[in-house]
Design a protein around this ligand. Structure first.
Ligand SMILES: *[C@@H]1O[C@H](CO)[C@@H](O)[C@H](O)[C@H]1NC(C)=O
Ligand SMILES: *[C@@H]1O[C@H](CO)[C@@H](O)[C@H](O)[C@H]1NC(C)=O
Ligand SMILES: *[C@@H]1O[C@H](CO)[C@@H](O)[C@H](O)[C@H]1NC(C)=O
Ligand SMILES: *[C@@H]1O[C@H](CO)[C@@H](O)[C@H](O)[C@H]1NC(C)=O
Ligand SMILES: *[C@@H]1O[C@H](CO)[C@@H](O)[C@H](O)[C@H]1NC(C)=O
Length: 795
């Protein structure tokens, strides 16, 4: 009964120590002994997802219960081969690790019922796979004492490099190495990935004092967005992050881990809601080139050093730090240590930030290098809870719902829904959503491509759940007119208050649709997250199932291929929470061989006009023509991390310059680029951030990268070639109470240019935050720049 004791110990450990994850409501001994069937709806519902874009895809198996592939989950049998079979099984034409189904043609939900799955060798995931356990009693994947391998789980398919590592998920699981000798090396999860991935509600259970064990490791370069709601117990290092451009680390709890997080060569990081308990070091950022770390809303107890940092090197602000709302108790002797010297003790209470790096204070036009000064900060009340922490939300599982309260959209009598990328599902879906919302039911969309030909209204009372990134895809004449932007998915009408949550979807376009606004949010909730998007992403072209891919429709002229108007519009009446979102206008083909690649152009990424609270955690917006994020006449916006890249074909040698080709259909919120000379291709690139006439805006970790320039996509470094980068990363004009912490660029000449609200050629009237005044160290040979705090519009 060793395993029973272990389970009980684990649940008491979790409930006593670590908040957040969904726990068994009654971890009764009876239930554990008899392995009673779970009540979790997703385990028991009819699974009828398909893979529309591959031959014979109607026969594709999306849902795979590992027990159907022979896994026992009894804590004794070696289940490695059975789990691997559940992952690798393809169809009669081949297995999933061959690449033959493309990266979007082989969706798989590999499901683990509660139990302990002992494994003696490494499990390896494949592209398009989500490994998911029962959240009501998270199953354990446990390395045997004689385990052979470097990793317990490789969370991705290694035929794709980390930089193009998309569509992997791991959630509601416990990875466990407590039976494996603590002095022998093992990493529980290899996670070299980029955007559109999910790592959430996973516990990494390692032997206390087992210093050779690590929780998460990365072997390769990546461009990841967020990992969230994870727990680490024991071991040497919880999370080792190397050679990535950015990361949002949200709600990670470490107990008795020697070093919680090790940051190496990563340009822009937000750590939010980190908790360290009984650790040696909380965060170790000493090993070179950790660009800027925003460390907020975190706590530590019984931990020797909360943060270890290297000294700033001369002539560079790489290694910048922003510490805000860090609460430590008297059992933490050192809050920040540089080398062997403690430079900060005690807490940094709400209302102040401890800063190392360049600061633009309200009335200075040049940066002042701060080396550990405290500055006064403020947070809009609408964005924080009563103790001053930014609101965060644990992604919903709806595990508290009964199977009878779940609607499978493909199983509703009288309302046929195909999700096959061919049939128009709009009318049936609308009827189903309306009825379900009235009854507060959860609506489940088995994997597929659901074609939407007219605005689909998501009314108050909606909870929509996809699976391995179910696609909602716009099609048809309603979305053709660039001068009449039209929503595909509309979340409520203006003035609606209620619940509208979506999880695990991709919003996309099936055609060239110059008027398509993929999501419009009008609704607000009564608590943050009532209107929420969790692990929902946007994709324009680049994959099968869209006429934008593989055909000559866009040709090689992205400049004129007006593929979509906007990813999302958060209107003035809305209040919404976004966590883990990548909006991607394709710059390469995910499924093809690489030939016949077409590059769509889309006007804008996210337009935020919301007033009453908007939270964005771990977002990436890439390759739009006019802007990536546009905060316009908005209020109360929190951005925890934004990563962006411009449209790669913009810049040197591009001749159709922004705002073309969208000039004739421009919205009042669109930038007109009047501050640029007519032929200045560097200046006329899509802005990463445009913030105008807004107030109460707090943003952390703006990471804006530009690697190549022009239609020929020449790799370049602005450090050596002044004509190759982006002219302006962000334009801020006429804002008040706006605080920007941690702003990093690769290959941008100016990080921030200010305008005045009078409009016209306003850039010349304000201050320019230039690259040369804020130089960082090169990253992979690229020229970087960093600002720790920009507070000129903070008043
Ligand atoms: C469908 O899948 C099943 C199970 O994998 C297989 O036995 C059957 O032959 C397949 N049917 C077709 C038409 O491929
Ligand atoms: C502090 O943490 C250590 C492990 O680093 C643990 O052994 C000790 O019991 C903890 N002390 C308290 C008071 O919790
Ligand atoms: C505020 O949020 C933080 C972080 O989520 C949490 O630890 C704290 O308990 C919250 N305070 C209140 C009063 O709910
Ligand atoms: C905004 O929030 C406040 C409370 O914080 C509420 O009273 C008001 O009705 C909200 N307004 C809208 C438009 O949702
Ligand atoms: C605005 O000013 C910039 C920088 O001086 C200049 O290049 C550009 O031509 C001006 N634009 C207009 C419309 O005058």
């Amino acid at each position: 009964m060793h395993s029973l004791r272990f389970l009980l110990a684990l649940s008491s450990l979790l409930s006593g120590v670590i908040g957040g994850p969904v726990l068994p409501t009654e971890p009764g001994i009876e239930k554990q002994l008899h392995q009673a069937a779970s009540q979790f709806w997703y385990e028991n519902i009819n699974h009828n997802g398909i893979s529309p874009t591959i031959p014979n895809g109607k026969n594709w198996t999306v849902f795979r219960n590992v027990k159907d592939y022979g896994a026992k989950g009894d804590g004794v049998t070696d289940d490695a081969a059975a789990i691997q079979k559940a992952i690798s099984t393809g169809d009669s034409t081949g297995t999933r690790d061959t690449g033959k189904f493309g990266s979007t043609g082989q969706p798989a939900m590999v499901y683990f019922p509660s139990g302990t799955y002992l494994v003696k060798s490494t499990i390896k995931s494949a592209v398009g796979t989500v490994l998911m356990g029962d959240p009501t009693n998270r199953p354990v994947i446990k390395a045997s004492a004689d385990f052979k391998g470097t990793y317990l789980l490789i969370g991705r398919g290694t035929q794709y490099t980390g930089l193009v590592g998309f569509f992997y998920g791991v959630k509601h699981l416990v990875l466990d190495s407590t039976a494996f000798p603590g002095n022998k090396a093992i990493t529980l999860l290899e996670w070299s990935v980029s955007q559109n991935n999910l790592l959430s509600n996973v516990m990494f259970n390692m032997p206390v004092g087992g210093t050779a064990h690590s929780g998460i490791g990365t072997q390769e370069t990546g461009s990841p967005l967020i990992i969230n709601d994870l727990q680490f117990v024991g071991g040497g290092v919880g999370v080792v992050l190397a050679t990535s451009t950015q990361y949002h680390l949200k709600s990670l709890h470490f107990k008795n881990v020697d070093t919680g997080i090790r940051l190496t060569s990563i340009l822009q990081v937000t750590g939010q809601g980190l908790r360290f308990e009984g650790c040696g070091t909380g965060v170790d950022a000493t090993s070179g080139r950790a660009g800027l770390f925003n460390f907020i809303d975190s706590t530590a107890t019984n931990t020797s050093t909360l943060l270890k940092a290297a000294a700033l090197s001369s002539g560079s602000v790489t290694g910048s730090l922003v510490l805000e709302n860090l609460i430590v108790d008297s059992s933490v002797p050192s809050t920040v240590k540089v080398g062997t010297t403690t430079v900060l003790t005690g807490s940094v209470e709400p209302g102040a930030a401890w800063i190392r790096g360049n600061v633009y204070s309200p009335d200075s036009t040049t940066p002042k290098l701060s080396n550990g000064q405290q500055i006064t900060t403020s947070r809009p009340k609408a964005l924080v809870n009563i103790t001053g922490f930014y609101h965060t939300v644990t992604p919903p599982t709806y595990a508290e719902y009964d199977l009878a309260q779940i609607v499978n959209v493909k199983d509703v009598t009288g309302y046929p829904v195909a999700g096959d990328g061919v049939a128009d599902d709009t009318a049936s879906l609308q009827a189903i959503l309306t009825a379900a919302a009235a009854k507060n039911q959860v609506v489940y969309f088995p994997y597929g491509i659901y074609l939407i030909s007219d605005t689909l209204l998501v009314p108050p009372g909606s909870r929509l759940v996809g699976e391995a990134w179910t696609q909602l895809s716009a099609t048809g004449n309603k979305f053709m007119d660039a001068k009449k932007p039209t929503a595909m998915v509309k979340i409520g009408n203006p003035g609606d208050i209620g619940i509208a949550q979506m999880s695990d979807f991709i919003f996309t376009v099936a055609d060239i649709l110059p008027g398509a606004v993929m999501v419009e949010v009008n609704m607000a909730g009564t608590t943050p997250g009532d209107v929420g998007f969790f692990n929902c992403h946007f994709r324009i072209g680049g994959a099968r199932g869209s006429k934008l891919s593989g055909s000559a429709k866009c040709g090689n002229t992205p400049q004129t291929c007006m593929a979509a108007r906007l990813s999302a519009h958060l209107t003035s009446t809305s209040s919404s929470y976004w966590e883990n979102m990548w909006s991607w206008t394709a710059d390469h083909d995910l499924d093809g061989s690489g030939s016949g690649v077409t590059y769509p152009g889309s006007a804008g990424g996210f337009l935020v006009e919301a007033q009453n609270g908007t939270w964005m955690l771990g977002i990436g917006i890439e390759h739009n023509v006019l802007y990536q994020l546009n905060i316009h006449q908005a209020k109360n916006v929190f951005v925890g991390l934004q990563q962006s890249e411009a449209a790669y074909w913009q810049g040197t040698g591009n001749t159709l310059l922004a705002p073309a080709p969208w000039k004739d259909s421009s919205l009042p919120s669109d930038p007109d680029f009047s501050w640029c000379a007519a032929s200045d291709a560097q200046c006329r690139m899509g802005l990463y951030q445009l913030v105008t006439k807004s107030s109460d805006i707090n943003m952390y970790s703006s990471g804006f990268w530009n690697f190549v320039s022009g239609p020929s996509r020449t790799m370049c470094s602005i450090a050596t070639d002044k004509k190759c980068g982006q002219g302006i990363a962000a334009l801020y004009e006429g804002n008040s109470r706006m605080s920007v912490y941690g702003f990093s660029t690769i290959n941008a000449e100016n990080l921030i240019v200010e305008g005045s609200s009078s409009g016209g050629n306003s850039s010349t009237k304000g201050v320019t935050v230039s690259r040369t005044a804020n130089l960082g160290s090169p990253h992979d040979g690229f020229g970087t720049a960093q600002v720790a705090a920009y507070l000129r519009q903070a008043k």
